[in-house]
Design a protein around this ligand. Sequence first.
Ligand SMILES: Cc1ncc(COP(=O)(O)O)c(C=O)c1O
Length: 388
Amino acid sequence: MSVKISPLVEAVAFPPIAEAMSWVKPKPGNRALLNMCQAVPSYPPAEKLQAEIARLAHAPNTGGYTDIFGIAPLRTAYAKHMSEDYVTTIDAANVAITTGCNQAFSAAIMAIAKAGDNVIIPAPYYFNHQMWLTMMGIEIRSIPAFSESVKHPLAANAAPLIDARTRAIILCTPNNPTGAIYPASELQAFFKLAQSANIMLILDETYKDFRPDAAAPHQLFNQPNWEQTLIQLYSFSKIYALAGYRLGAMLAGPEILHEAAKILDCMTICPPHITQRAVEFGLTELEDWKTEKKLVMKHRLAALRQSFETPGLNYKLVSSGAYFAYVKHPFAEDSKSVAKRLAQDNDLLCLPGTMFGPDQESFLRLAFANVGAERMVELSERLLESQK
Ligand SMILES: Cc1ncc(COP(=O)(O)O)c(C=O)c1O
């Protein structure tokens, strides 16, 4: 007799990073792996932040729960940060601190949709978005995330897919997996579409800190009644190199937050207390460190783009930015077998496009934040080697 499993969960593919890691088989003579599989920075948190975390471990009450949406000073500090970064006014009452951005996404979806509903999401998409939606029994209707001529999704493609059971459009910018940064004007068009259809626009901006310039990413928070349409998500994992410490945030209106509180309470009761206090410190004390790290990523991106200029290289860089490069491989094979071969024969670990949605057999995602600029030459060398 076999164990009875929920068919919704069973239908979802096993977590991609874990699967890809299993392809790497250390052999004598292996070179150091170029690990471009997971979107993590290669460096630890700032020294000052590490010291603060150590101090907090000894501070009174940091082992206790906090409010469901996190501690008030952090909600206030994050609202201030977002107000400055997006040149707007965000109220602390609109902030829910969460146990990572994935939890913020899960709670946002659960608050607005149920099994049998549908959402619109450009493909390729972030696999955890797809996994959660599928486990919830929510239908995914996809539009292209890019075309030959336009490197971002178009609101005009989403409009015909909306029906009475559509609950949201989901966008991620800078995008995982393509790295594309969506223009403010297109985000505005998606917002207007969602508003006119009375559905939500869920915007995952986990990689906002790695955009190429300091201009506000969009004007959506300056729209009258933005809270009726927008749920904005963020992660503290990347910019603070705190992925394992688990902290994210949701910005939303009172009706969504009221429902999200029920979900977050059941999931984790509160976000990790020490991490909240650490990020409160980080939001005010680490500006120089963050500026330095943004520059490090800019150099890595420039070096990666340069490596795709290598003569004879038949892999084509389709899109890149923030933490990611999306690459068309030159083989008639499926991207999964190409990625496996790169891992086993060429010591390069990346994810196949097929892990990010339909029609992605020709693509690979390189998450390059984990690899120093000086190693991007090795990237083109190993890709060239795989062509032989
Ligand atoms: C688009 C996107 N959203 C959310 C996450 C997860 O963020 P967190 O670590 O805060 O849960 C990731 C991590 O890779 C991501 O790429």
